[in-house]
Design a protein around this ligand. Sequence first.
Ligand SMILES: NC(=O)c1ccc[n+]([C@@H]2O[C@H](COP(=O)([O-])OP(=O)(O)OC[C@H]3O[C@@H](n4cnc5c(N)ncnc54)[C@H](OP(=O)(O)O)[C@@H]3O)[C@@H](O)[C@H]2O)c1
Length: 274
Amino acid sequence: MKEVPAGVGWAEALTSEGDDFGVKPVLDGTVALVTGASSGIGAATAAALAAQGAAVALAARRGDRLEALAASITGQGGTALVLECDITDQQQAATAVQRTVAELGRLDTLVNNAGVMLLGPVAGAPLPEWQQMVQLNVLGLLYCAHAALPHLLRAAEDGPRQVADMVNISSVAGRAARNGNGVYSLTKHGVGAFSESLRQEVARRYVRVSLVEPGATATELATHNRPEVLQAIRSQFGQTMEAGDIADAITYIVTRPRHVAVNEMLIRPTEQER
Ligand SMILES: NC(=O)c1ccc[n+]([C@@H]2O[C@H](COP(=O)([O-])OP(=O)(O)OC[C@H]3O[C@@H](n4cnc5c(N)ncnc54)[C@H](OP(=O)(O)O)[C@@H]3O)[C@@H](O)[C@H]2O)c1
């Protein structure tokens, strides 16, 4: 393999056309499944992993959004598979994983990103909001993890990188509960506990389980709240990060060499205090 010429950054070299410098993108030959890929952090992450050479499976309910993202990825020479599905349905979550393996050949990376954040006081909260958060943030993530794990273990044994990744997206709310985020915080604390337990279980088999805990990030996430809650959220909103900032962090995690596991990453906008 040739040296990268002086003055050419690794990032430029990795994303340069073809084999100009003889440097292969780090995730070349690998397959990543990203849940919640139709907007926000998931869409940015899928694009970022594709730019690193991964074939990407895009899972969410809004198929038109996924088709547009897939067209953009394939237009840049990448490979993308659209999986229109609702991962709160166990069968649909399992089928998304099965189709990824059947149509893209394997599974090296699962980014468990799909989530919903419905805030407000516990007293008088609409129960369907709690049910939706538990069904997606907890059960949806578990269904995907359960279906994907055998494939990740296999990828770590025989894959091009001899390592596989499950990246679970939690939140600052997964570290500290605040007045007004009771059930969202409950679900994200659960994601943290599950991730750490699974990390210990599979560490020696080279499946890295990582937890990412973003602070305020400009996406559609808050817009699903009731108007009165949304108003309260907006009045507290200060500086925000971009979805691409979190995609960068996820890309960093999954491109580490085999012997390095980034277990946990808490990322806030610089001005966010809590
Ligand atoms: N934005 C923030 O400030 C922030 C901070 C901390 C943590 N997070 C976490 O980051 C993750 C991504 O959120 P985001 O900020 O990027 O928000 P977003 O733009 O609202 O993205 C949420 C994604 O989840 C998908 N989704 C929702 N219900 C689904 C279902 N039943 N089945 C499959 N996919 C479903 C949505 O797609 P469809 O509607 O098309 O299904 C969408 O692609 C979430 O886990 C969130 O808790 C975000």
